[in-house]
Ligand binder design. Structure first.
Ligand code: MRU
Length: 353
């Protein structure tokens, strides 16, 4: 099983995703600042993995706080939440995890004045968030597997696998793994996903490790392979889903969705309910992260583009709901009209599988 991020007595341990696939190196982060920096620099990435890491970072920060009164600890904790919330803007799981840790703090504060007890229970809450993420990926797989035909080739964009979550199954790749575990033959086409190359470096790495057949293409080849009848469905992850089903995911996803519709290929989004942001009525309101343009002009330290030209690097785009055949969540499958179906799932009970 791939261990993306975990809690240890020494700190938060995570695989350095910037180095994959050529180096499998684990880092132990020993302060909340180091965890925040790791999220910013994409040592860890993927919406659910960012949320779990932030929760561990806050538990670690609280544990190390020297505040002796609840009021001091609360000041420290509030500041840490601020720092954590400034790491990356698009994936709502980050903010969801911070709010859940804050709620745990408030619950504890109302119950006890013992700071050591509060700290211990914040660690427990972060571990719960971690465990629930693994379980929710299994549920996504359970609901998504029936949508994958026997012998299917699934196209995916970016990495929405074990590396993008607490570990184990993943969301989009969780659907693929669940189909495989249900006895279906399934293969994957992975878009390389310029500029950060999550598809080439991460999706290909984890699928190959799992012995699931994978073929990498450059992003510009997606239309060609769909038109050639080589793709049975598309399954991608999500960073934030608005109330109407509009979905922010890795830059290039929108292009894939349009091509899928044009070629009558069903386009599915797979995400836990924690990726849903019902406070936003449409995808236009989702903040899109702009990253360093060096990610576009350079590969590592090697410069590819000319000096001085204008370059853009939006890290995500929004796929309008009309391109999405279904949204596979850990509570069931939502279909259009999404305002009603997503609201119903958000209010539904968690399903254990
Ligand atoms: O910039 P990243 O690598 O954090 O972007 C990740 C994605 O866009 C994933 O598809 C998304 O977070 C879903 S992960 C289960």
């Amino acid at each position: 099983m791939i261990k993306t991020v975990e809690w240890t007595n020494e700190g938060v341990r995570m695989i350095d995703q910037r180095l994959l696939p050529t180096e499998e190196k684990y880092l132990t982060l020993r302060s909340y600042e180091e965890v925040a920096e790791a999220i910013k620099k994409m040592v860890v990435r993927g919406a659910p993995a960012i949320g779990v890491s932030a929760a561990f970072g806050l538990a670690l920060g609280a544990k190390q706080s020297v505040g002796t009164s609840v009021a001091d600890l609360e000041d420290d904790f509030g500041y840490m939440c601020e720092v954590m919330s400034k790491t990356r803007p698009t994936a709502v799981n980050l903010f969801w995890a911070i709010e859940r840790m804050r709620a745990a703090f408030n619950r504890e504060k109302a119950r006890t004045q013992n700071t050591e007890e509060i700290k211990a229970n914040l660690v427990t809450e972060a571990l719960n968030i971690f465990q629930e993420d693994i379980e929710s990926n299994r549920s996504i797989g359970h609901f998504g597997a029936p949508l994958i035909p026997e012998g299917a080739t699934v196209l995916t964009h970016c990495n929405a696998g074990a590396l993008a979550t607490a570990g184990d199954y993943g969301t989009a790749l969780g659907v693929v793994r669940a189909a495989r575990d249900a006895g279906k033959r399934v293969a994957v086409i992975a878009d390389e996903t310029r500029p950060f190359l999550q598809g080439l470096r991460l999706t290909a790495w984890e699928l190959a490790k799992d012995e699931i057949p994978v073929t990498v293409i450059t992003d510009g080849m997606a239309g060609h392979v769909m038109k050639g009848g080589k793709v049975d469905c598309v399954v991608v992850g999500a960073d934030r889903i608005a109330a109407n089903g509009d979905t922010a995911n890795k830059i290039g996803t929108y292009m894939v969705a349009v091509l899928a519709k044009e070629n009558n290929v069903p386009f599915y989004v797979a995400a836990p309910i924690t990726t849903l942001d019902l406070s936003l009525s449409s995808g236009d309101q989702i903040p899109i992260e702009e990253r360093d343009t060096r990610e576009v002009t350079h590969i590592g330290s090697h410069q590819l583009g000319p000096d001085g030209v204008a370059v853009q690097n939006p890290a995500f785009d929004v796929t309008p709901n009309e391109f999405i055949a279904a949204i596979i969540t850990d509570r069931g499958v939502a279909r259009a009209p999404y305002v009603a179906s997503l609201k119903a799932l958000a209010g539904a009970k968690k399903v254990g599988v």
